[in-house]
Design a binder for this molecule. Structure first.
Ligand code: CMC
Length: 432
């Protein structure tokens, strides 16, 4: 099987065969090319949730879920987390190589000088209810970028595509911070270009006009690390959404806005917010075991948020890195948070419980990220927004890759129809 170039399927009803070419990448599981299957056999394939389906070829990110490996453009996440910065990682994801000093300086300059929002954005923002969830606002605001830049965007021009990607990376923190400030009634703060990306975002979010912000250095460092860890994760639900929308030729702003919407769900990026809510509900270490028992009972409908992953069935390498940073942040800021104690006891209880061990359910990146955000004074409803800022780098990298992909075609899955068979319309009056 390892060396086969084709896999032959035989229909047991009529002994008809179909030869499926085996496709191999530079690493990882080979795939069967079923592009001609329907034509050859009259069958579709059925794979809810795309558990066994590769949707594209991509050279951006590699995951080995069994071994707990995550590579961005070939570089192990552990090395990037230790030695790189979020902006450098964004460059790497977009361009495929680490930047030279001059390339990085030019990229940083461009990102820094595209951070402003059009003033009309403010009017748009003020149309939201004051208590709107920041993810709802971010989805709408990013989609509305299309109304500012769509007409001048020629998707056939690689330079314009690149510029759109830069604009998204540059503006998403400004917009995210504005959404937050609006939701708490603070005046919007303009980006300060003398600060680097992550620190600039924290200032835009937290600084009040009346006094300077004293940001502990660990805050920017932890935030930058979280942004690196969240920057990309191959064909996850939100990235696949960006690609699906992008496959129709829609512009990158609405494609990324669709990605933000997909990210919001608690099974995806919304899990970091859900983790904190769950920890608060558990409330005390004495309730940890009953929470674990409830998660094991399918009828309860309750899952341990921040546990399990579609791809990582051994451990989530990002969770390992972030766990260490969680302790550093709490130690350095002197935070004594009882929820952390609940989190640690929950982790311990789940890791030695047969139900979780057998199903390979380990803490994922979102289990810890929420605790760090909380320690940094970031409100719970902004947690998924943080994820969205970081993932924008991955989304635009995938969108750019897709635009150059000769195999790109509109994403259009098929279905197994289970509805009514043909029947005649019954006149309204005859229906009683
Ligand atoms: N708590 C309790 N049971 C669970 C959990 C959990 N968190 N996750 C999975 N299971 C059980 C599930 O009930 C099933 O049991 P059984 O085999 O007896 O039917 C088994 O484990 C496999 O679950 P699945 O739903 O088939 O797995 P999946 O690959 O479709 O789902 C997941 C992956 C991440 C959606 C799921 O593990 C989950 O809902 N986790 C909680 C939400 C979460 O933390 N999401 C963040 C994911 S990481 C960040 C990101 O990528 O966005």
């Amino acid at each position: 099987m390892a060396d086969s170039t084709h896999v032959v399927l035989t229909d047991s009803d009529n002994a008809k065969t179909s030869s499926l070419p085996v496709l191999r990448g530079s690493l990882g599981t080979p795939a069967l090319d079923i592009g001609k299957l329907y034509k050859d056999t009259g069958y579709f394939t059925y794979d809810p949730g795309f558990v066994s389906t590769a949707s594209c070829r991509s050279a951006i990110t590699y995951i080995d879920g069994d071994e707990g490996v995550l590579l961005y453009r070939g570089y192990p996440i552990e090395q990037l987390a230790e030695k790189s910065s979020f902006l450098e990682v964004a460059y790497l994801l977009m361009n495929g190589e680490l930047p030279s000093k001059a390339q990085f300086a030019s990229f940083e300059h461009e990102v820094t000088h595209h951070t402003m929002m059009h003033e009309a954005f403010r009017t748009f923002l003020y149309g939201f209810r004051h208590d709107a969830h920041p993810m709802a606002m971010l989805t709408g605001m990013l989609g509305s970028l299309a109304s500012f830049y769509h007409n001048e965007l020629d998707l056939e021009d690689p330079e314009q595509r690149r510029l759109a990607a830069i604009r998204l990376i540059a503006k998403v923190p400004t917009i995210a911070a504005a959404c937050y400030r609006y939701s708490i009634g603070w005046p919007i703060r303009y980006p300060r270009n003398n600060l680097e990306y992550t620190t600039r975002f924290l200032h835009m979010m937290k600084e009040v006009p009346s006094e300077p912000l004293n940001l502990p250095p660990i805050a920017s460092k932890a935030m930058d690390l979280l942004f690196i860890l969240h920057a990309d994760h191959e064909q996850n639900a939100s990235t696949s959404t960006v690609r699906l929308v992008g496959s129709t030729g829609a512009n990158p702003y609405v494609s990324v806005a669709a990605g933000v919407a997909a990210l919001w769900g608690p099974a995806h990026g919304g899990a970091n917010e859900a983790v904190l809510k769950m920890l608060a509900e558990i409330g005390d270490v004495k309730n940890v075991q009953s929470a674990v028992d409830r998660a094991k009972n399918k009828e309860s409908g309750f899952r341990l948020m921040g546990f399990g992953h579609r791809v990582y069935k051994n451990f989530d390498p990002r969770a390992r890195i972030i766990r260490e940073m969680t302790h550093k942040v709490l130690g350095e800021l002197g935070v004594d948070d009882p929820l952390l104690e609940v989190a640690m006891r929950l982790e311990e209880a789940a890791l030695k419980d047969d139900y979780f061990v057998q199903r390979k359910l380990y803490p994922n990146v979102d289990f810890y990220s929420g605790i760090i955000y909380k320690a940094l004074g970031i409100p719970t409803e902004m947690f998924t927004v943080m994820f969205a800022i970081a993932r924008t780098a991955g989304w635009v990298a995938h969108w750019l890759e897709q635009q150059n992909d000769p195999e790109n075609k509109i994403g259009r899955p098929r279905q197994i129809y289970t509805g009514a068979t043909p029947r005649d319309y019954v006149a309204f009056d005859a229906r009683g």
